[in-house]
Design a protein around this ligand. Structure first.
Ligand SMILES: *[C@@H]1O[C@H](CO)[C@@H](O)[C@H](O)[C@H]1NC(C)=O
Ligand SMILES: *[C@@H]1O[C@H](CO)[C@@H](O)[C@H](O)[C@H]1NC(C)=O
Ligand SMILES: *[C@@H]1O[C@H](CO)[C@@H](O)[C@H](O)[C@H]1NC(C)=O
Length: 492
């Protein structure tokens, strides 16, 4: 923001005052007027011509190509584990399609929801892209933007130089021609014109104006119509195993047919989508369902060793070193003994009604540990049930039985959680300023950040260190992600 520094450095004007001159007071007056005038035009840009960022029409967005680069965006949603699995799919898709992946931020838990693939009731690609776009700008505004790459360590993936990524904010500032720092301006006029531009650009990238040849291709295929495959000979265009049944078709009046499509043939360089500079997917979530996959069925690449090795690499993307070492630190310095990790999802949606089965596995495991000793058995508990509500549940019983069990938890106010967040934010800022050879005191408005909530990630890392074992909630994606950390022996 050049305009702000102009006001802070009026030295040129002050010098004149040092000569003894009868018109001195008048000069000061005129100087002040000029400064006030400058202040107003740089801080309150009312007319289009003084807007601090360009207002491009659609066609100029398209001409702003970065030479030789093509991009891929997608619309993450739901909770963090879900967003992480979409991110892995995105890395894979971008690699197959030879595009630079636009790395999104971590979205608030369930701020954006997709709907249900098995019920054929999901947001359309356009709707999903737009609500993600709006949420991301809320995060920027609220100083809460944390990139996926701040949390996840991409070095292993990036070491294969063919995976190319760009930060969402950087992409938007180039493509939409918007100075992202104005998102955090203190001036309502700057803000409102900024958000007007963002809405316009977001709407285009979401596909609301239709596809623009050689420019934007917004993918319409979703889990109601398509299962993406890769190099599965003879499958391209075939019907998928899973189709809406007659009952559903009648009851919901739907006419979807699910086909398996080769993603490279459909969207790759030689396709109609291939010439577009930006390819925008909707959701990239997939899950096994009734003998098939809900949206993406790419588990191998028979004729492409580079894709094959990438599939192996992305199976597990570790947390960043700050988070991983915070987990270790908590194990060594707070728990200070071999321990079991119990991950208990008790409140959210489907998990509310399964307390009994969730506790059964834990009970069995604890009985056997109790027999073996030594006592008390240390248990690290990660659960969405607040400690104040444990009374009356099995957790309450365990907490009372302090002779046999010692329970430990990590809460948001924990010093380690805050310290790690601070470290992460300052490390990122330092890296950013080093790369652009600027100084920290030139911090831009949007860079002042509220500390991200890292509790979930640190808890998962702690569970990765639990040498007495792990008991998770079946069906929970958090449990799956902890199993992966343990399988790859990040801490053990
Ligand atoms: C992939 O994209 C890069 C950069 O856009 C280009 O230089 C390269 O030739 C492409 N590779 C293939 C195999 O198309
Ligand atoms: C079912 O949907 C079709 C269009 O998809 C529409 O023309 C028809 O009126 C609908 N039928 C009912 C009973 O809603
Ligand atoms: C937890 O306890 C608080 C206060 O005692 C209560 O208002 C709340 O409903 C409880 N929540 C659950 C999920 O039991």
């Amino acid at each position: 923001m050049e305009s702000l520094t102009l006001f802070n450095k009026p030295n040129r004007w002050k010098k004149r005052g040092s000569t003894k001159y009868p018109l001195y007071p008048l000069l000061i007056f005129i100087t002040s007027l000029i400064l006030i005038f400058f202040f107003f035009i740089t801080h309150f840009p009312f007319s289009n011509s003084t807007l601090p960022f360009s207002r491009n029409s659609q066609s100029t967005h398209c001409s702003k190509k970065i030479p030789g680069q093509k991009f891929m965006m997608y619309a993450p949603h739901s909770g963090f584990s879900n967003q992480l699995s979409e991110f892995k799919n995105a890395v894979l898709m971008a690699f197959i399609l030879n595009r630079t992946l636009v790395v999104p931020p971590v979205l608030d838990h369930h701020a954006v929801a997709l709907g249900s693939c098995p019920k054929f009731r999901v947001l359309s690609g356009n709707e999903l892209r737009l609500s993600v776009w709006n949420h991301v700008f809320e995060l920027i505004r609220g100083f809460r933007y944390v990139s996926m790459s701040d949390i996840i360590d991409l070095s292993k993936v990036m070491s294969d130089s063919s995976v190319r990524v760009i930060d969402f904010r950087e992409f938007v500032s180039i493509w939409c021609g918007m100075n992202m720092d104005f998102a955090c301006s203190r001036y309502p006029e700057v803000l409102s014109s900024f958000f007007e531009s963002s809405t316009q650009c977001g709407s285009e990238l979401s596909g609301n104006n239709g596809n623009v040849p050689d420019c934007i291709y917004a993918v319409k295929d979703d889990c109601r119509t398509t299962v993406w495959t890769y190099q599965n000979d003879g499958e391209d265009g075939r019907l998928d195993l899973f189709q809406p049944d007659e009952q559903l078709k009648k009851r919901k009046n739907i006419s979807f047919i699910r086909r398996r499509k080769d993603v490279y043939k459909t969207l790759g360089p030689d396709s109609k989508a291939g010439s577009a500079t930006v390819l925008a997917f909707g959701s990239l979530f997939t899950a096994p369902y009734k003998g098939s996959e809900s949206y993406i069925d790419i588990h191998e690449a028979p004729r492409d060793n580079r894709v094959k090795s990438l599939i192996e690499k992305i199976e597990f993307l570790p947390f960043n070193p700050e988070i991983t070492s915070a987990g270790k630190e908590f194990s060594l310095q707070t728990i200070k003994a071999p321990f079991l990790c119990a991950q208990l999802r008790l409140l959210d949606g489907q998990f509310k009604n399964h307390w009994k089965s969730t506790f059964t596995g834990l009970k069995e495991k604890l009985e056997s540990l109790k027999q073996k000793g030594p006592l008390p058995v240390h248990i690290f508990v990660m659960t969405d049930l607040p400690v104040g509500n444990w009374t009356g549940s099995y957790l309450g019983d365990l907490a009372r039985d302090s002779r046999n069990f010692k329970l430990l938890t990590l809460n948001e106010e924990n010093e380690l959680v805050r310290k790690t967040a601070t470290r992460l934010v300052t490390t990122r800022q330092r890296a950013k300023f080093q790369s652009s050879s600027k100084y920290l005191d030139e911090l831009k408005p949007c860079d002042s950040q509220t500390l991200p909530d890292l509790r979930l990630y640190i808890e998962e890392s702690v569970c990765g260190c639990a040498s007495l074992g792990f008991v998770g909630t079946s069906g929970s994606t958090i449990a799956e992600s902890i199993e992966l950390i343990r399988k790859h022996r990040v801490c053990l």
